[in-house]
Design a protein around this ligand. Structure first.
Ligand code: SAM
Length: 184
C-alpha cells in the first residue's frame, strides 16, 4: 500500500505569542514522521524558513505552509480530497475527545491523514467535520505533548529513531557524547 500524506493542521497561529510553541510542533511533526505542516491565523515566513533550514542540516523534506481558510481546506480534504488524493481522515486532538489509545488502532490507514491541533479558540465546526475527536488524557496540557503521543501511537514506537534522508549532518547515536558525520 502506498504511503499516504500525514499532515498537521495548526489552527489560529498568533504572531508574538505562538512562534516558539508552533516551531516545536513543527519539529515534533517532522521528527515523528509527518510530511506537511499547515498553519492558519497570522502569516509568518520564519516558520517555513526555520524548518527548511532544519531539513537542510538534518534531512527530510517536510513542507510548512500558511493557509488562509483552514475550514474550507478541511471540508475539502474530508469530502473530496486535496491535490488529487482520495478523501482523507481528520483527527482533531482535543482534551474533550475519546481516548487516543483505544481509538487510534481502529483508524483506516489507506487514506491521507490530517491531525488538527487547536489554538486559542477552536471553531465548533472542527468537531463536526473531523471523523475523530481524540484526547491524550482528558486534562488540558500541551499541544506539543498531545501531537507527539498521537504520532508515536500512529507510527508505533520506533518512529522517533528514524534517520531522515538528504541532510548534511548525520547523527550517529552514542551513549558517550556527540558523534556527528558532516557530509558537506
Ligand atoms: N487556550 C490555550 C491558549 O490560549 O493558548 C491553548 C489551548 S490548548 C493548549 C491547544 C491545543 O492543545 C488544543 O486545541 C488541543 O489540540 C491540544 N490539547 C491540549 N490538551 C489536550 C489533550 N488532553 N488531548 C488532546 N489534545 C490536547
Amino acid at each position: 500500500m502506498a504511503e499516504h500524506d500525514v499532515i498537521i493542521l495548526r489552527l489560529g497561529y498568533r504572531l508574538g505569542r505562538d512562534p516558539r510553541i508552533t516551531t516545536h510542533l513543527a519539529l515534533v511533526a517532522r521528527a515523528l514522521g509527518a510530511n506537511r505542516f499547515l498553519f492558519s491565523g497570522d502569516e509568518d515566513e520564519r516558520l517555513p524558513e526555520n524548518i527548511a533550514s532544519v531539513n537542510q542540516r538534518f534531512g527530510g523534506d517536510m513542507i510548512v505552509k500558511h493557509i488562509k481558510s483552514p475550514m474550507a481546506w478541511l471540508r475539502k480534504f474530508v469530502k473530496d480530497g486535496i491535490d488529487g488524493n482520495p478523501p482523507g481522515i481528520a483527527v482533531h486532538l482535543t482534551m474533550y475527545g475519546a481516548s487516543y489509545r483505544s481509538v487510534t488502532p481502529t483508524i483506516r490507514r489507506d487514506r491521507p491523514l490530517v491531525v488538527i491541533v487547536g489554538g486559542a479558540k477552536v471553531p465548533s465546526e472542527v468537531f463536526q467535520v473531523s471523523q475523530y475527536n481524540l484526547a491524550v488524557g482528558n486534562q488540558p496540557h500541551s499541544e506539543v505533548a498531545a501531537l507527539a503521543l498521537f504520532l508515536d501511537g500512529w507510527y508505533g514506537s520506533g518512529s522517533v529513531e528514524t534517520t531522515l534522508d538528504g541532510g548534511e549532518l548525520i547523527i550517529n547515536p552514542s551513549n558517550t557524547g556527540k558523534d556527528v558525520t558532516d557530509t558537506k
